[in-house]
Write a protein that binds this ligand. Sequence first.
Ligand code: CS2
Length: 488
Amino acid sequence: MLTLENIQNIKSPVHLPDYNPMDIQNGILHFGVGNFFRAHEAFYVEKTLKANPNWGIVGVGLTSGEHSYKKAKMFKDQNCLYSLTECAPSGKRSVQIIAALRDYLLAPEDPESVLHYLSKPEIRIVSMTITEGGYNINEITGEFNLQSTAVQKDLNNPSKPETIFGYVVEGLRRRRDAGMKAFTIMSCDNLRHNGDVARKAFLGFAHARDPALAGWIAQNATFPNAMVDRITPTVTTEIARCLNSENGLNDDLPVIAEDFHQWVLEDSFADGRPQLEEAGVQFVSSVTDYEHVKIRMLNASHIMLSFPALLMGYAHVDQAIGDQRLKKNIENFLTLDVIPTLTAPPGINLQNYMESVISRFSNPAMADQTLRIASDGSAKIQVFWTETVRHILINKTDCSRIAFGMAAYLEMLRGVDMQGHTYLITEPSYGKDQDALIQSDDYAAALQLPAFDTWKDLDSSFLDQKVIQLRKIIRSQGVIAALETLPT
Ligand code: CS2
């Protein structure tokens, strides 16, 4: 097992931390310790710890259930150490042990310890990766959804929170009452203006709890916007086994990621930060153009590729982009529908960016899963496609490629590919009502799904007709037949 005690026995070429993990003080508390966080924020923070040991990270899991308890136990058993394997498209690999995560708490097991950390002066940044849909924002009104059952529960019992909003706001309340400083609330999710969204969510909750407290938070906390990027596949048991045997390790929590990584961040911190610029983070005054490019190009094409790919039986992204017909569709989508709506930020050429996205998708060493990307599609469509769809609807331009993506999404949701194989797709916000729309013989019914809510205020009849037509073709003749009807 990987532990602090036996870390020194690990042999080259696995890289070890260049500092003593025992010397680290925790300065960051992070909610949502998934693979992306471990390959991204923790990876960057790791590089700064030798120069300044005050920015170790406490990870917090918010979910209960067997899987969460098992994961928490693994973190504790391994002293929160884990290996990160970076894979270049050439096949070259590099492996390091990351020790930036210094503690892990499972909130439902130990809520008071989480609140205790949140009210310690050393914790100066609270960061999060809680997914696109995790901010509890009503995408149509843009407001925090106070009606949610979990939020209501936390508002009625603020000292025993269960949601991230309840925890963070109670932590800030304790800090204010103790005359302490607030912390930075740093979102690392793939959202447009993720800092602004986080501000809306946390202040929305705080305001409903106590307007004066919300005022104090607004004055004292900061919410930097960020663009985050690194493809990080799911690690299955099989992948973990292969990684361990290749790396000569016995790690229960290995992570794999591409060699590419980018973090563009606004320098707006309430009470200091690690020297992230030394680790390659780009600090800019506005991340807007960077995040638009990343979300509307990379993330939008990821789902545009993975929805039809799952239907065609492609389990991995590199296989899907290796199909020239799907690749051509991505190139057309980006060139004709997306790039004309974007402003290139300094240092980024959009044509080159497109080529790099395609080359990153083609990385065979990653075996990134189409199922991972197609999951949670409803929240992703709202975040990744909305601006492009709105542009098409307003300007009445060719809607066929986005209609193809929507049709593929709806057909893919049925959970069975063209060869009749089933797969388990996750749509956390869908229940029985949405399933009925998906399974309905009336192809128009599914257009009422929340995935498409964010352009409901515009006339979408020509797009809707096209989606219905393409669904029929996909169902009767397959994905390629539908693709062949698109203009080239
Ligand atoms: C993916 C992202 O989940 C998705 O849909 O597009 O996880 C993607 O791999 C990352 O944003 C890359 O930075």
